[in-house]
Design a protein around this ligand. Structure first.
Ligand code: ADP
Ligand code: GLC
Length: 480
Protein backbone atom coordinates (compact mmCIF):
# COMPACT_ATOMS: atom_id res chain seq x y z
CA UNK A 1 0.00 0.00 0.00
CA UNK A 2 1.21 3.50 -0.83
CA UNK A 3 0.60 6.23 1.74
CA UNK A 4 1.10 9.96 1.54
CA UNK A 5 1.82 11.32 5.02
CA UNK A 6 1.55 15.08 5.51
CA UNK A 7 3.23 16.77 8.47
CA UNK A 8 4.62 20.18 9.37
CA UNK A 9 7.66 18.73 11.16
CA UNK A 10 9.56 15.47 10.74
CA UNK A 11 12.52 14.22 12.79
CA UNK A 12 15.46 14.29 12.02
CA UNK A 13 14.89 17.14 9.55
CA UNK A 14 13.10 19.57 11.83
CA UNK A 15 11.54 19.19 15.27
CA UNK A 16 9.75 21.38 17.80
CA UNK A 17 8.02 18.54 19.66
CA UNK A 18 6.62 15.03 19.64
CA UNK A 19 4.83 15.39 16.31
CA UNK A 20 8.21 15.34 14.56
CA UNK A 21 9.26 12.17 16.37
CA UNK A 22 6.05 10.41 15.37
CA UNK A 23 6.04 11.65 11.76
CA UNK A 24 9.66 10.48 11.46
CA UNK A 25 9.30 7.09 13.13
CA UNK A 26 5.90 5.79 12.01
CA UNK A 27 6.77 5.46 8.26
CA UNK A 28 9.78 3.33 9.19
CA UNK A 29 7.74 1.11 11.51
CA UNK A 30 5.09 0.68 8.81
CA UNK A 31 7.53 -0.71 6.24
CA UNK A 32 7.26 -4.10 7.92
CA UNK A 33 3.60 -4.21 6.95
CA UNK A 34 4.30 -3.56 3.28
CA UNK A 35 3.35 0.10 3.59
CA UNK A 36 5.41 2.50 1.52
CA UNK A 37 5.13 6.06 2.81
CA UNK A 38 6.16 9.32 1.22
CA UNK A 39 6.05 12.26 3.63
CA UNK A 40 5.20 15.75 2.40
CA UNK A 41 6.62 18.56 4.53
CA UNK A 42 7.50 22.24 4.15
CA UNK A 43 10.93 23.26 2.86
CA UNK A 44 12.05 25.33 5.84
CA UNK A 45 15.64 26.66 5.65
CA UNK A 46 16.84 23.92 8.05
CA UNK A 47 15.42 21.31 5.67
CA UNK A 48 16.71 22.91 2.46
CA UNK A 49 20.18 23.11 4.01
CA UNK A 50 20.59 19.39 4.68
CA UNK A 51 18.95 17.71 1.72
CA UNK A 52 21.26 16.54 -1.05
CA UNK A 53 20.49 15.91 -4.74
CA UNK A 54 16.72 16.24 -4.60
CA UNK A 55 14.67 15.35 -7.67
CA UNK A 56 12.07 17.82 -8.93
CA UNK A 57 8.73 15.97 -8.93
CA UNK A 58 6.07 18.63 -9.40
CA UNK A 59 5.79 22.36 -9.97
CA UNK A 60 3.03 24.80 -9.12
CA UNK A 61 3.03 28.27 -10.73
CA UNK A 62 0.45 29.48 -8.26
CA UNK A 63 -0.08 27.49 -5.06
CA UNK A 64 -2.51 29.78 -3.24
CA UNK A 65 -0.62 32.79 -4.53
CA UNK A 66 3.01 31.74 -4.77
CA UNK A 67 5.06 29.34 -6.88
CA UNK A 68 6.17 26.07 -5.31
CA UNK A 69 8.14 22.97 -6.22
CA UNK A 70 7.86 19.47 -4.81
CA UNK A 71 11.29 17.89 -4.40
CA UNK A 72 11.82 14.23 -3.58
CA UNK A 73 14.73 13.07 -1.48
CA UNK A 74 15.79 10.07 0.64
CA UNK A 75 16.76 11.08 4.16
CA UNK A 76 17.82 8.56 6.81
CA UNK A 77 15.42 5.88 5.65
CA UNK A 78 12.58 8.30 4.96
CA UNK A 79 11.16 9.12 1.56
CA UNK A 80 10.56 12.88 1.81
CA UNK A 81 8.63 15.18 -0.49
CA UNK A 82 9.78 18.69 0.31
CA UNK A 83 7.44 21.53 -0.59
CA UNK A 84 9.92 24.18 -1.61
CA UNK A 85 8.02 27.47 -1.56
CA UNK A 86 10.38 30.26 -0.49
CA UNK A 87 7.54 32.79 -0.17
CA UNK A 88 6.01 30.60 2.55
CA UNK A 89 8.84 28.83 4.28
CA UNK A 90 12.15 30.62 3.70
CA UNK A 91 12.02 32.61 6.94
CA UNK A 92 14.43 33.45 9.74
CA UNK A 93 12.22 32.22 12.65
CA UNK A 94 10.94 28.72 13.50
CA UNK A 95 8.37 26.61 11.63
CA UNK A 96 5.38 28.44 13.14
CA UNK A 97 6.70 31.48 15.02
CA UNK A 98 8.82 34.42 13.92
CA UNK A 99 12.02 35.38 15.73
CA UNK A 100 10.02 37.38 18.31
CA UNK A 101 7.90 34.32 19.18
CA UNK A 102 4.75 35.47 17.40
CA UNK A 103 2.72 33.31 15.01
CA UNK A 104 3.43 34.22 11.38
CA UNK A 105 0.43 36.26 10.23
CA UNK A 106 0.07 34.11 7.12
CA UNK A 107 0.24 30.71 8.83
CA UNK A 108 -3.16 29.94 7.34
CA UNK A 109 -1.79 30.36 3.82
CA UNK A 110 1.49 28.54 4.60
CA UNK A 111 -0.33 25.44 5.82
CA UNK A 112 -3.32 25.58 3.51
CA UNK A 113 -0.70 25.52 0.72
CA UNK A 114 0.90 22.42 2.25
CA UNK A 115 -2.51 20.73 2.39
CA UNK A 116 -3.45 21.76 -1.14
CA UNK A 117 -0.16 20.41 -2.50
CA UNK A 118 -0.95 17.12 -0.72
CA UNK A 119 -4.43 17.01 -2.27
CA UNK A 120 -2.93 17.59 -5.73
CA UNK A 121 -0.47 14.73 -5.21
CA UNK A 122 -3.37 12.56 -4.03
CA UNK A 123 -5.19 13.48 -7.24
CA UNK A 124 -2.32 12.00 -9.23
CA UNK A 125 -0.64 15.21 -10.37
CA UNK A 126 2.82 13.90 -9.59
CA UNK A 127 4.02 11.62 -12.38
CA UNK A 128 4.48 7.90 -11.60
CA UNK A 129 3.21 7.90 -8.03
CA UNK A 130 -0.22 8.15 -6.53
CA UNK A 131 -1.05 7.15 -2.96
CA UNK A 132 -3.77 4.67 -1.99
CA UNK A 133 -4.40 6.61 1.22
CA UNK A 134 -3.54 9.99 2.73
CA UNK A 135 -2.60 10.46 6.39
CA UNK A 136 -2.57 14.07 7.65
CA UNK A 137 -1.20 15.18 11.04
CA UNK A 138 -2.55 18.04 13.16
CA UNK A 139 -4.14 21.33 12.07
CA UNK A 140 -1.26 22.24 9.78
CA UNK A 141 -2.15 19.34 7.48
CA UNK A 142 -5.84 19.10 8.35
CA UNK A 143 -7.00 20.98 5.26
CA UNK A 144 -5.76 18.05 3.15
CA UNK A 145 -9.00 16.01 3.47
CA UNK A 146 -10.96 19.25 3.03
CA UNK A 147 -9.31 20.00 -0.31
CA UNK A 148 -9.64 16.36 -1.31
CA UNK A 149 -13.37 16.53 -0.71
CA UNK A 150 -13.98 19.61 -2.87
CA UNK A 151 -11.39 19.21 -5.57
CA UNK A 152 -12.25 16.84 -8.36
CA UNK A 153 -10.06 14.01 -7.11
CA UNK A 154 -10.92 10.35 -7.28
CA UNK A 155 -12.14 9.37 -3.81
CA UNK A 156 -9.20 8.25 -1.68
CA UNK A 157 -9.40 7.34 2.01
CA UNK A 158 -8.02 9.87 4.45
CA UNK A 159 -6.86 9.61 8.07
CA UNK A 160 -6.39 12.63 10.32
CA UNK A 161 -4.34 12.30 13.50
CA UNK A 162 -4.85 14.75 16.35
CA UNK A 163 -1.62 15.19 18.28
CA UNK A 164 -2.91 18.08 20.35
CA UNK A 165 -6.44 19.46 20.50
CA UNK A 166 -5.12 22.73 21.95
CA UNK A 167 -3.83 23.77 18.54
CA UNK A 168 -6.70 24.07 16.09
CA UNK A 169 -5.67 26.54 13.38
CA UNK A 170 -8.52 29.01 13.75
CA UNK A 171 -8.65 32.03 11.49
CA UNK A 172 -10.92 34.89 10.47
CA UNK A 173 -13.61 34.16 7.88
CA UNK A 174 -11.97 36.90 5.74
CA UNK A 175 -9.44 34.38 4.46
CA UNK A 176 -12.14 32.20 2.92
CA UNK A 177 -11.92 33.52 -0.67
CA UNK A 178 -8.14 33.04 -0.63
CA UNK A 179 -8.49 29.34 0.24
CA UNK A 180 -10.01 28.72 -3.21
CA UNK A 181 -12.73 26.43 -1.97
CA UNK A 182 -16.29 26.38 -3.33
CA UNK A 183 -18.74 28.61 -1.39
CA UNK A 184 -20.52 25.64 0.20
CA UNK A 185 -17.29 24.66 2.00
CA UNK A 186 -18.01 27.54 4.37
CA UNK A 187 -20.52 25.51 6.36
CA UNK A 188 -20.71 23.87 9.77
CA UNK A 189 -20.38 20.44 8.09
CA UNK A 190 -16.96 21.58 6.95
CA UNK A 191 -14.56 24.35 7.95
CA UNK A 192 -16.93 26.92 9.46
CA UNK A 193 -16.55 27.27 13.20
CA UNK A 194 -18.79 29.81 14.94
CA UNK A 195 -18.43 32.25 12.06
CA UNK A 196 -14.69 31.67 11.81
CA UNK A 197 -12.62 29.11 9.94
CA UNK A 198 -11.16 26.10 11.70
CA UNK A 199 -8.58 24.00 9.88
CA UNK A 200 -8.65 21.17 12.43
CA UNK A 201 -12.44 21.42 12.53
CA UNK A 202 -12.59 21.01 8.74
CA UNK A 203 -10.27 18.03 8.85
CA UNK A 204 -12.31 16.36 11.59
CA UNK A 205 -15.45 16.77 9.50
CA UNK A 206 -14.03 15.50 6.24
CA UNK A 207 -11.47 12.78 7.07
CA UNK A 208 -12.66 9.19 6.72
CA UNK A 209 -11.02 8.19 9.98
CA UNK A 210 -9.70 10.16 12.93
CA UNK A 211 -7.02 8.96 15.27
CA UNK A 212 -5.46 10.42 18.34
CA UNK A 213 -2.32 9.37 20.11
CA UNK A 214 -3.63 7.41 23.11
CA UNK A 215 -6.82 5.59 24.13
CA UNK A 216 -7.30 7.77 27.23
CA UNK A 217 -6.99 11.00 25.23
CA UNK A 218 -9.50 9.61 22.71
CA UNK A 219 -12.00 9.42 25.60
CA UNK A 220 -10.97 12.73 27.15
CA UNK A 221 -11.53 14.81 24.00
CA UNK A 222 -15.20 13.85 24.10
CA UNK A 223 -15.52 16.02 27.23
CA UNK A 224 -15.74 19.81 27.65
CA UNK A 225 -12.56 19.96 29.67
CA UNK A 226 -10.36 18.38 26.99
CA UNK A 227 -12.28 18.87 23.74
CA UNK A 228 -11.41 22.58 23.70
CA UNK A 229 -14.64 23.47 21.92
CA UNK A 230 -14.49 20.62 19.40
CA UNK A 231 -15.95 17.94 21.71
CA UNK A 232 -19.27 18.12 19.83
CA UNK A 233 -17.59 17.53 16.48
CA UNK A 234 -15.56 14.67 17.96
CA UNK A 235 -18.71 13.14 19.46
CA UNK A 236 -20.46 13.28 16.10
CA UNK A 237 -17.58 11.31 14.56
CA UNK A 238 -17.04 8.94 17.44
CA UNK A 239 -17.65 5.90 15.25
CA UNK A 240 -14.49 6.63 13.25
CA UNK A 241 -12.33 7.76 16.19
CA UNK A 242 -9.40 5.56 17.29
CA UNK A 243 -6.90 6.02 20.10
CA UNK A 244 -3.54 4.53 19.13
CA UNK A 245 -0.67 5.10 21.52
CA UNK A 246 2.63 6.39 20.11
CA UNK A 247 5.76 4.30 20.14
CA UNK A 248 9.35 5.46 20.01
CA UNK A 249 12.17 4.85 17.59
CA UNK A 250 14.02 2.17 19.54
CA UNK A 251 17.19 2.68 17.51
CA UNK A 252 17.44 6.43 18.00
CA UNK A 253 16.57 5.90 21.68
CA UNK A 254 18.72 3.00 22.82
CA UNK A 255 20.83 3.35 25.99
CA UNK A 256 23.09 0.55 24.77
CA UNK A 257 24.16 2.38 21.61
CA UNK A 258 23.08 6.04 21.89
CA UNK A 259 26.04 8.05 20.55
CA UNK A 260 25.53 11.00 22.91
CA UNK A 261 25.41 8.79 26.00
CA UNK A 262 28.89 8.65 27.58
CA UNK A 263 28.53 5.25 29.21
CA UNK A 264 26.24 2.70 27.60
CA UNK A 265 24.14 0.31 29.63
CA UNK A 266 21.25 -2.12 29.64
CA UNK A 267 18.93 -3.78 32.16
CA UNK A 268 21.76 -5.81 33.68
CA UNK A 269 24.33 -2.99 33.68
CA UNK A 270 22.33 -0.19 35.29
CA UNK A 271 25.33 0.74 37.43
CA UNK A 272 26.89 2.30 34.32
CA UNK A 273 24.32 5.08 34.55
CA UNK A 274 26.44 6.52 37.37
CA UNK A 275 28.94 8.09 34.93
CA UNK A 276 26.14 9.74 32.99
CA UNK A 277 24.67 10.99 36.25
CA UNK A 278 28.01 12.65 37.05
CA UNK A 279 27.99 14.42 33.68
CA UNK A 280 24.48 15.68 34.33
CA UNK A 281 25.45 16.95 37.78
CA UNK A 282 28.37 18.76 36.18
CA UNK A 283 26.32 20.29 33.35
CA UNK A 284 23.56 21.50 35.69
CA UNK A 285 26.04 22.38 38.48
CA UNK A 286 24.34 20.08 40.96
CA UNK A 287 25.99 18.58 44.02
CA UNK A 288 27.30 15.15 43.16
CA UNK A 289 25.63 13.43 46.14
CA UNK A 290 23.08 10.64 46.59
CA UNK A 291 20.00 12.91 46.54
CA UNK A 292 17.95 11.91 43.49
CA UNK A 293 18.04 14.08 40.38
CA UNK A 294 14.53 14.72 39.09
CA UNK A 295 14.62 15.86 35.48
CA UNK A 296 12.29 17.93 33.34
CA UNK A 297 12.62 17.95 29.54
CA UNK A 298 9.74 19.97 28.27
CA UNK A 299 8.13 22.92 26.61
CA UNK A 300 7.77 25.32 29.53
CA UNK A 301 4.03 25.92 29.35
CA UNK A 302 0.82 25.71 31.35
CA UNK A 303 -0.18 22.52 29.50
CA UNK A 304 2.97 20.85 30.82
CA UNK A 305 2.26 21.97 34.42
CA UNK A 306 5.49 23.92 34.61
CA UNK A 307 3.93 26.54 36.89
CA UNK A 308 3.41 23.74 39.43
CA UNK A 309 7.10 22.84 39.22
CA UNK A 310 8.06 26.48 39.77
CA UNK A 311 5.66 26.71 42.71
CA UNK A 312 6.93 23.51 44.38
CA UNK A 313 10.64 23.84 43.61
CA UNK A 314 11.54 25.11 47.12
CA UNK A 315 9.58 22.28 48.71
CA UNK A 316 11.14 19.65 46.41
CA UNK A 317 14.58 20.79 47.55
CA UNK A 318 13.45 20.91 51.20
CA UNK A 319 12.25 17.30 50.91
CA UNK A 320 15.68 16.27 49.64
CA UNK A 321 15.36 16.22 45.85
CA UNK A 322 17.39 17.93 43.16
CA UNK A 323 16.01 19.32 39.90
CA UNK A 324 17.57 19.44 36.41
CA UNK A 325 15.36 21.38 34.00
CA UNK A 326 15.85 21.59 30.23
CA UNK A 327 13.28 23.53 28.28
CA UNK A 328 12.03 26.72 26.78
CA UNK A 329 8.70 28.41 26.31
CA UNK A 330 6.68 30.89 28.32
CA UNK A 331 9.10 33.70 29.34
CA UNK A 332 7.42 34.10 32.76
CA UNK A 333 7.90 30.39 33.52
CA UNK A 334 11.48 30.50 32.27
CA UNK A 335 12.01 33.40 34.68
CA UNK A 336 10.54 31.67 37.71
CA UNK A 337 12.52 28.49 37.09
CA UNK A 338 15.76 30.45 36.67
CA UNK A 339 14.96 32.27 39.92
CA UNK A 340 14.46 28.92 41.67
CA UNK A 341 17.89 27.81 40.40
CA UNK A 342 19.42 31.02 41.74
CA UNK A 343 17.86 30.37 45.16
CA UNK A 344 19.17 26.80 45.30
CA UNK A 345 22.66 26.52 43.82
CA UNK A 346 23.77 22.90 43.69
CA UNK A 347 20.18 21.71 44.09
CA UNK A 348 18.36 23.14 41.06
CA UNK A 349 19.91 23.58 37.62
CA UNK A 350 18.02 25.12 34.71
CA UNK A 351 19.08 25.21 31.07
CA UNK A 352 16.87 27.31 28.85
CA UNK A 353 16.89 26.22 25.23
CA UNK A 354 16.39 23.27 22.94
CA UNK A 355 19.16 20.68 23.20
CA UNK A 356 18.48 17.31 21.57
CA UNK A 357 21.75 15.58 22.69
CA UNK A 358 21.32 16.82 26.28
CA UNK A 359 17.76 15.43 26.30
CA UNK A 360 19.24 11.97 25.63
CA UNK A 361 21.98 12.29 28.24
CA UNK A 362 19.47 13.42 30.86
CA UNK A 363 17.34 10.31 30.30
CA UNK A 364 20.52 8.25 30.66
CA UNK A 365 21.74 9.92 33.84
CA UNK A 366 18.87 11.39 35.85
CA UNK A 367 17.01 9.24 38.38
CA UNK A 368 13.49 10.24 37.40
CA UNK A 369 11.62 12.44 34.94
CA UNK A 370 8.67 14.53 36.12
CA UNK A 371 5.81 15.13 33.69
CA UNK A 372 3.04 17.06 35.49
CA UNK A 373 0.93 17.79 32.39
CA UNK A 374 -2.61 19.12 32.75
CA UNK A 375 -3.37 17.27 29.54
CA UNK A 376 -1.10 15.09 27.46
CA UNK A 377 -2.36 13.48 24.24
CA UNK A 378 0.44 10.90 24.44
CA UNK A 379 3.73 12.27 25.70
CA UNK A 380 7.03 10.83 24.56
CA UNK A 381 9.44 11.79 27.32
CA UNK A 382 7.92 9.23 29.70
CA UNK A 383 8.49 6.57 27.02
CA UNK A 384 12.14 7.63 26.64
CA UNK A 385 12.35 7.60 30.45
CA UNK A 386 11.03 4.02 30.59
CA UNK A 387 13.52 2.87 27.98
CA UNK A 388 16.44 4.58 29.74
CA UNK A 389 15.67 3.60 33.34
CA UNK A 390 14.78 7.20 34.22
CA UNK A 391 11.64 6.56 36.28
CA UNK A 392 8.63 8.59 35.08
CA UNK A 393 6.59 10.54 37.62
CA UNK A 394 3.51 11.56 35.66
CA UNK A 395 0.14 13.21 35.94
CA UNK A 396 -2.70 10.72 35.50
CA UNK A 397 -3.95 11.96 32.12
CA UNK A 398 -3.93 11.06 28.42
CA UNK A 399 -1.09 8.90 27.20
CA UNK A 400 0.72 9.26 30.53
CA UNK A 401 -2.11 7.26 32.06
CA UNK A 402 -1.84 4.59 29.36
CA UNK A 403 1.92 4.06 29.40
CA UNK A 404 3.08 4.25 33.04
CA UNK A 405 2.05 1.69 35.67
CA UNK A 406 1.78 3.30 39.08
CA UNK A 407 3.91 1.84 41.87
CA UNK A 408 1.04 1.13 44.25
CA UNK A 409 1.33 -1.78 46.68
CA UNK A 410 -0.33 -4.29 44.37
CA UNK A 411 1.73 -3.31 41.33
CA UNK A 412 4.96 -3.34 43.32
CA UNK A 413 4.14 -6.77 44.73
CA UNK A 414 3.32 -8.10 41.27
CA UNK A 415 6.54 -6.52 39.92
CA UNK A 416 4.73 -4.66 37.16
CA UNK A 417 5.13 -1.07 38.40
CA UNK A 418 7.11 1.25 36.10
CA UNK A 419 6.66 4.72 37.63
CA UNK A 420 4.47 7.01 39.68
CA UNK A 421 1.15 8.53 38.68
CA UNK A 422 -0.48 11.42 40.50
CA UNK A 423 -3.59 13.53 40.33
CA UNK A 424 -4.68 16.31 40.51
CA UNK A 425 -2.02 18.57 39.02
CA UNK A 426 -1.68 20.86 42.04
CA UNK A 427 1.19 21.70 44.36
CA UNK A 428 -0.13 19.19 46.89
CA UNK A 429 -0.57 16.46 44.26
CA UNK A 430 2.95 17.07 42.96
CA UNK A 431 4.55 17.00 46.42
CA UNK A 432 2.67 13.87 47.36
CA UNK A 433 4.20 12.21 44.28
CA UNK A 434 7.68 13.52 45.16
CA UNK A 435 7.33 12.12 48.69
CA UNK A 436 6.37 8.75 47.27
CA UNK A 437 9.31 8.86 44.86
CA UNK A 438 11.77 9.73 47.64
CA UNK A 439 10.39 6.91 49.75
CA UNK A 440 10.82 4.39 46.92
CA UNK A 441 14.25 5.78 46.01
CA UNK A 442 15.43 5.27 49.58
CA UNK A 443 15.14 1.52 49.03
CA UNK A 444 17.59 0.93 46.17
CA UNK A 445 16.26 -2.57 45.57
CA UNK A 446 12.75 -1.29 44.98
CA UNK A 447 13.97 1.59 42.83
CA UNK A 448 16.12 -0.66 40.67
CA UNK A 449 13.13 -2.94 40.25
CA UNK A 450 11.10 0.03 38.98
CA UNK A 451 13.85 0.97 36.55
CA UNK A 452 14.12 -2.58 35.24
CA UNK A 453 10.39 -3.03 34.81
CA UNK A 454 10.29 0.24 32.87
CA UNK A 455 13.16 -0.83 30.64
CA UNK A 456 11.36 -4.09 29.89
CA UNK A 457 8.06 -2.47 28.96
CA UNK A 458 7.26 -2.40 25.27
CA UNK A 459 7.48 1.21 24.12
CA UNK A 460 8.37 0.35 20.51
CA UNK A 461 6.20 1.12 17.51
CA UNK A 462 5.58 -2.55 16.83
CA UNK A 463 2.03 -2.96 18.17
CA UNK A 464 0.87 0.54 17.32
CA UNK A 465 2.21 0.39 13.77
CA UNK A 466 0.21 -2.80 13.38
CA UNK A 467 -2.91 -0.93 14.47
CA UNK A 468 -2.28 1.85 11.95
CA UNK A 469 -1.68 -0.77 9.26
CA UNK A 470 -4.98 -2.48 10.14
CA UNK A 471 -6.79 0.86 10.07
CA UNK A 472 -5.29 1.73 6.68
CA UNK A 473 -6.30 -1.56 5.17
CA UNK A 474 -9.83 -1.30 6.57
CA UNK A 475 -10.18 2.00 4.68
CA UNK A 476 -8.34 1.25 1.46
CA UNK A 477 -10.32 0.11 -1.55
CA UNK A 478 -10.38 -3.68 -1.91
CA UNK A 479 -7.55 -5.23 -3.84
CA UNK A 480 -4.96 -2.72 -2.60
P1 ADP B 1 5.04 17.82 23.02
O1 ADP B 1 5.11 17.37 21.63
O2 ADP B 1 3.68 18.15 23.50
O3 ADP B 1 6.01 18.92 23.34
P2 ADP B 1 6.09 15.16 23.67
O4 ADP B 1 6.42 14.55 24.98
O5 ADP B 1 5.24 14.37 22.76
O6 ADP B 1 5.47 16.59 23.98
O7 ADP B 1 7.39 15.43 22.84
C1 ADP B 1 8.37 16.34 23.21
C2 ADP B 1 9.64 16.00 22.45
O8 ADP B 1 10.48 17.14 22.43
C3 ADP B 1 10.44 14.90 23.08
O9 ADP B 1 11.16 14.22 22.08
C4 ADP B 1 11.37 15.66 24.02
O10 ADP B 1 12.54 14.94 24.33
C5 ADP B 1 11.67 16.87 23.18
N1 ADP B 1 12.00 18.09 23.92
C6 ADP B 1 11.16 18.92 24.59
N2 ADP B 1 11.83 19.97 25.08
C7 ADP B 1 13.12 19.81 24.72
C8 ADP B 1 14.31 20.57 24.90
N3 ADP B 1 14.30 21.73 25.56
N4 ADP B 1 15.45 20.09 24.37
C9 ADP B 1 15.46 18.91 23.70
N5 ADP B 1 14.39 18.16 23.48
C10 ADP B 1 13.23 18.61 23.98
C1 GLC C 1 1.67 16.48 20.75
C2 GLC C 1 1.24 16.15 22.18
C3 GLC C 1 2.05 15.05 22.80
C4 GLC C 1 2.28 13.90 21.83
C5 GLC C 1 2.88 14.43 20.53
C6 GLC C 1 3.11 13.33 19.51
O1 GLC C 1 2.73 17.38 20.73
O2 GLC C 1 1.26 17.31 23.00
O3 GLC C 1 1.38 14.57 23.95
O4 GLC C 1 3.14 12.95 22.40
O5 GLC C 1 2.00 15.35 19.96
O6 GLC C 1 1.94 12.64 19.19
Amino acid sequence: MKVLSVASEVFPLIKTGGLADVAGALPIALKRFGIETKTLMPGYPAVMKVIRDPVVRLQFDDLLGAPATVLEVEYEGLDILVLDAPAYYDRAGGPYLDHTGKDYADNWRRFAALSLAAAEIAAGLMPDWRPDLVHAHDWQAAMTPVYMRYYPTPELPTVLTIHNMAFQGQFSADIFPSLRLPPHAFSTESIEYYGHIGFLKGGLQTAHAITTVSPTYAEEILTNAFGMGLEGVIASRRDVLHGIVNGIDAEVWNPATDPVVHTHYGVTTLKNREENRKSIAEFFRLHDDRAPIFSIISRLTWQKGMDVIAATSDAIVALGGKLAVLGSGDPALEGSLLAAAARHPGRIGVSIGYNEPMSHLMQAGCDAIIIPSRFEPCGLTQLYGLRYGCVPIVARTGGLNDTVIDANHAALAAKVATGIQFSPVTAEGMLQAIRRALHLFADQKVWTQLQKQGMKSDVSWEKSAERYAALYSSLAPKGK
